[in-house]
Design a protein around this ligand. Structure first.
Ligand SMILES: Cc1cc2nc3c(=O)[nH]c(=O)nc-3n(C[C@H](O)[C@H](O)[C@H](O)COP(=O)(O)OP(=O)(O)OC[C@H]3O[C@@H](n4cnc5c(N)ncnc54)[C@H](O)[C@@H]3O)c2cc1C
Length: 403
């Protein structure tokens, strides 16, 4: 089979690896618009479950990804000057550059052709049995057939900026800062032994009030550096200037598609769907799409059956995450509902921000219900642990008394 993957992001590269592993005679080319090694963004998070799946699919790249990742097992939330720590928030971070470097090297080693600076449009579509649109959220291939795919883009309210810093956080770090123009907050996590990611977010009025929408990149970063000085320990925030020298504040857009394929053209990763960055799942979902598409192609009798199976499987797998992402985005949009709670309650509800119930229940009541349910869960776990032990003890006593 001849396959053209358009876009050398995680989705396109990982699919090319899986297809070549399935059948080395597949003719697979990845077309990437940008030069090799140049990509947007900083580090991305993922969880152990993904690593386990990657190990099953391609142990070589999974080991390299694991070796280049950093880990944390704690979360900390700073609200004004008060910091609250919570153990148990386990996660992994890897630089986007590093991830793509690993996947590209592995794809090459398996015989995938990687063509950089090869932008594809509907006019110069490669001749292939299957064309995979892994060209990201602004996919030109999807946009060209927007009606057939039924793409819907829903903008969020808040503005965000994706930055790096040389401060290496030791845990997943949240910081909420109150200004005279409203709250502004950041989430930071390490992705190497030298750098961390910082995503900063605020409401549009706060952005304008602080003049961040008009500031040059240098001024904007200096102002943000001052606001978050208490978590940065004097380390700078690092941006990526737009061509006009301004900082890149964006509004997140949630993308859904009614249909994920059209003829031999199939959508994958961010070209097919986006989930708000606050649940840190986009890369994981892109890689899982690649796994599902490769499985469907291997196990189906023909291309239309494979693509229908892929679409059905991934659409249903995504439902709960898309809902979680929407509620998570709304939690931040309604920050003032939670930010004045006692710190341990605020942090607990930050961890519950995906809940569909939380927006409809008074926050303090939700907190108490959640704690009670948590204690019930602990009691149930204790009973499950104790039950077999008591049974074994009773059995042993019965045997002794018979002797
Ligand atoms: C602020 C922020 C924070 C995030 N944090 C996380 C996180 O912590 N964890 C996580 O899992 N995800 C995170 N994500 C999401 C993640 O970055 C994306 O979901 C993921 O990169 C999607 O992978 P992809 O391969 O589908 O698309 P992309 O990574 O966008 O790759 C698409 C590629 O296609 C190329 N391309 C575009 N057009 C063309 C064309 N016409 N021809 C050829 N090539 C083309 C692009 O140059 C690009 O290399 C975050 C996103 C944002 C915005």
């Amino acid at each position: 089979m001849k396959v053209a993957c358009v876009g050398g992001g995680p989705a396109g590269l990982y699919l090319s690896i899986l297809l070549k592993r399935q059948d080395p005679s597949h003719d697979v080319t990845v077309h990437e618009r940008d030069p090799e090694g140049s990509t947007y963004g900083w580090g991305v998070t993922y969880w152990q479950g993904l690593l386990d799946r990657l190990r099953d699919c391609d142990p070589e790249s999974a080991s390299a990804i694991e070796a280049e990742s950093v880990r944390w097992n704690e979360g900390v939330a700073h609200v004004r000057d008060l910091a609250t720590r919570q153990p148990g928030d386990e996660g992994h971070g890897i630089g986007r550059h590093k991830l793509l470097e690993i996947l590209a090297a592995r794809a090459r080693a398996l015989g995938v052709r990687l063509e950089y600076e090869s932008g594809i449009t509907a006019e110069n579509l490669p001749d292939a049995d299957l064309v995979v649109a892994g060209d990201g959220v602004h996919s030109v291939l999807r946009t060209h057939h927007a009606d057939d795919f039924g793409a819907e883009l829903t903008p969020g309210r808040n503005s965000y900026i994706w930055l790096g810093t040389t401060k290496v956080f030791d845990s997943f770090t949240f910081a909420f800062v109150e200004t005279e123009h409203g709250w502004i907050w950041c989430y930071g996590y390490p992705f190497s032994s030298e750098q961390s990611t910082c995503v900063i977010e605020c409401a549009p009025d706060t952005l304008a009030g602080l003049g961040l929408d008009r500031a040059s990149e240098g001024d904007g970063l200096a102002r943000l550096g001052k606001l978050f000085a208490h978590i940065l320990d004097g380390r700078p925030l690092i941006g990526r200037a737009a061509a006009d020298g301004s900082t890149q504040w964006l509004t997140f857009r949630t993308l859904t598609n009614r249909s994920w394929y059209r003829g031999n053209l199939v959508l994958i990763g961010d070209a097919a769907h986006t989930t708000h960055y606050s649940i840190g799942a986009g890369t994981t979902l892109a890689l899982e799409d690649a796994i599902a598409l490769a499985d469907a192609l291997r196990e189906s009798a023909d291309l239309p059956t494979a693509l229908a199976r892929y679409e059905g499987e991934r659409k249903s797998a995504l439902l709960s995450l898309q809902s979680a992402a929407r509620y998570s985005a709304q939690w931040y949009e309604n920050l003032t509902r939670y930010i004045h709670l006692p710190p341990e309650q605020m942090f607990a509800l930050l961890g519950q921000r995906h809940s569909p119930l939380l927006p409809y229940v008074p926050p303090q009541l939700y907190y108490r219900l959640d704690r009670a349910a948590g204690q019930l869960g602990a009691l149930r776990r204790f009973k499950r642990w104790l039950g077999p032990k008591l049974a074994r003890g009773a059995h042993a006593r019965a045997l002794t008394s018979r002797k």
